[in-house]
Write a protein that binds this ligand. Structure first.
Ligand SMILES: Cc1cc2nc3c(=O)[nH]c(=O)nc-3n(C[C@H](O)[C@H](O)[C@H](O)COP(=O)(O)OP(=O)(O)OC[C@H]3O[C@@H](n4cnc5c(N)ncnc54)[C@H](O)[C@@H]3O)c2cc1C
Length: 577
């Protein structure tokens, strides 16, 4: 078998790589997008850095987002100008450095009132007194969008917002509620594959740093005389790991991680948000390919938008106890259907169209008396000594998906200061993973397909380019080494492709393939037969015994059911051979 650089690098993605040399200058606890972005930045500076996550990479809050890379127009209302400025700069930057996963998103706000929110919002901004959120009226939205234009147009490359009356709005989007008074339309960005984008960022870090190492399914469980105590959650094996700087990027679990390290904190106050994914061609058509973004009468932000041929609907903003599982509830689902009926009253859609659900907790700072919707979305870094040991414990509080690159640079900058090391590279403008040399124009796209289509066919090459960016070259190299065929139970993927993912992308559990290496669960249509087929492909690559293989199928079924509302027909699950 051809040994690719990806495979060599995948060896740095194991628990063994940490155990063989249980020390580094920096240990990052938590491989959500913010931990991973910090890892990449540090590795690029030549820092000896390791990152661990007790679950899969990007399986926490980073797997629960609304998939928006957005400037945060509504943060203007809270007076968070620094954050909006950084967010729009990052949005514009990501469209260029990650064009394979981050695309412009036309966003339309239906407006039902002219004035509401106008009086309360400036008052809130000026006095920092938190009134109850109210539906934002046309004047307020117009004001906000004009301000947003001034922040966000990237030298004119992002179009100015447009305001339309009811008649013109309904001409464009005829299924919208005819009671609306106006629509406002502007551009943000969407990331259709956040999990894959994060893996690209991680891979960049591993490729850049000779000493950079990472391991998923490794939990930080305490601190002892030799360092941070880590446990491999698959084997149960424990070992100690020393570092000069320990960085806690465990998102909404940051306080719990600090407590387990013997450094209790009360930094966090995350709120839960849920989403549903609907397979409804009628609703999909009604959106006209845009995100419909609006505010419910109670002030909560709502989005309905097309993604991967499905419609994503979210989200809620509810207090959550982080010691409890994070699940979307039936009340939240009821609420989503009320919203859809409010915006598209004639579209017929119900629970039978739900193919997938997900929920997560936003890693927000503690907010004693503020309404959840108005808690600051900005981030900060808290520093403390590392218990009785020499060294520093840094905790990240907050941090959205949109700002991950800037946050990684900022956090890495603090760490470089602690280590007395200079910054040698900036990540601003540095292409991410399969975004490198990505063909953005039609002509460049055709050239890329022409040079790769011979090996796998033009259509397949286009599918792989859309899925992996220019990293598709490595995938194709692997695919053509041996005969390949589409999966019998999902014609969108081939056996060799799944083998490639299992071999090079640190798959530990079957569910990793379904939820985060592919979009299979997100788009729906999973069957027991597919899970069995996937297990058959993955088992030999990862050396699973028959009993491990069976346990992986059972665990995947349970997680899909409990966390994502996906049920599979038991009868379709084939018996273990
Ligand atoms: C409903 C919702 C919608 C959102 N929508 C958007 C959006 O559209 N756009 C946007 O920009 N942002 C959005 N966000 C915010 C964004 O998703 C998060 O702020 C961001 O993903 C946080 O990333 P993180 O790396 O800090 O945390 P996480 O992704 O939560 O990562 C923390 C990691 O730490 C690990 N961990 C915890 N404890 C330990 C331990 N003891 N040892 C090892 N590992 C540990 C966890 O397993 C987890 O993987 C949304 C968030 C939610 C919940």
């Amino acid at each position: 078998m051809l040994v690719t650089s990806n495979m060599i690098k995948s060896m740095a993605m194991t628990t063994d790589a940490l155990q063989e040399r249980p020390n580094a200058q920096v240990l990052i606890i938590g491989a959500g997008i913010n931990g991973i972005a910090t890892f990449r930045d540090l590795a690029l500076q030549g820092v000896d850095v390791a990152i661990v996550d007790r679950g899969d990479y990007v399986s926490g809050a980073s797997a629960a987002s609304s998939h928006m890379i957005h400037g945060g127009i509504r943060y203007l209302e809270n007076g968070e100008f620094r954050l909006v400025k950084e967010s729009v700069a990052e949005r514009n930057g990501l469209l260029k450095i990650a064009p394979h996963y981050v695309k412009p998103l036309k966003t339309t706000v239906p407006i039902f009132s002219t004035f509401s929110g106008v009086l309360s919002a400036p008052l809130r901004f000026l006095t920092h007194k938190q009134g109850k959120p109210q539906e934002r009226g046309a004047l307020l939205i117009k004001l906000g969008l004009s301000l947003y234009d001034s922040f966000s147009r990237d030298g004119g490359s992002v179009p100015r917002h447009e305001f339309r009356g009811a008649k013109k709005s309904l001409e464009q989007l005829p299924r919208l509620n005819p009671d609306l008074k106006y629509t406002a339309t502007y551009y943000d960005a969407s990331m259709h594959d956040p999990e894959r984008l994060a893996l690209d960022v991680l891979r960049d870090g591993l490729d850049a740093g000779e000493h950079a190492r990472s391991a998923n399914y490794v939990e930080a469980i305490g601190m002892d005389a030799d360092g941070v105590r880590l446990r491999d959650t698959v084997t149960g094996e424990e070992f100690s790991f020393t570092a000069d700087v320990v960085v806690n990027t465990s998102g909404p679990w940051t306080d719990l991680t600090n407590a387990s390290l013997g450094e209790p904190s009360t930094f966090m106050g995350g709120t839960k948000g849920s989403h549903i994914v609907l397979d409804s061609p009628e609703l999909l058509a009604a959106t006209g390919g845009r995100e419909i973004f609006f505010e419910h009468s109670d002030g909560r932000i709502v989005l309905i938008y097309p993604l991967k041929g499905r419609v994503l609907v979210g989200t809620t903003d509810l207090e959550h106890d982080m010691t409890q599982p994070i699940r979307s509830t039936e009340e939240e689902v009821d609420y989503f259907f009320e919203l859809i009926a409010h915006v598209f009253p004639e579209v017929v859609v119900d629970r039978s169209a739900i193919v997938y659900r997900f929920a997560g907790v936003r890693p927000l700072p503690r907010h004693d008396d503020e309404a959840p919707g108005f808690v600051s979305r900005d981030y900060r870094i808290e520093a403390r000594p590392l218990g009785a040991r020499p060294g520093t414990l840094l905790s990240l509080v907050g941090g959205k998906w949109t700002t991950f690159r800037a946050l990684g640079e900022h956090l890495s900058g603090e760490i470089l200061t602690l280590l007395g090391m200079p910054r040698v590279v900036s990540t601003a403008g540095l292409a991410i993973g399969g975004g490198r040399d990505f063909p953005v124009t039609d002509a460049a796209h055709r050239v890329w397909l022409a040079s790769h289509g011979d090996e796998v066919g033009t259509q397949r090459a286009a599918q792989l380019l859309a899925r992996y960016g220019t990293r598709a070259t490595d995938v194709i190299e692997f695919l053509v080494e041996e005969p390949d065929a589409p999966l019998a139970n999902n014609h969108d993927y081939t056996r060799r492709e799944i083998e490639y993912l299992a071999d090079t992308e640190a798959v530990v559990h079957l569910v990793d393939v379904l939820l985060r290496r592919t979009s299979m669960a997100f788009v729906g249509g999973l069957s027991g037969a597919l899970l069995d087929e996937l297990a058959d492909v993955v088992a030999p690559v990862l050396g699973w015994s028959a009993s491990r293989r069976a346990a992986e199928v059972d665990a995947a079924i349970a997680e899909l059911r409990d966390a994502h509302g996906v049920t599979l027909a038991a009868a379709s699950v084939l018996p273990v051979p």
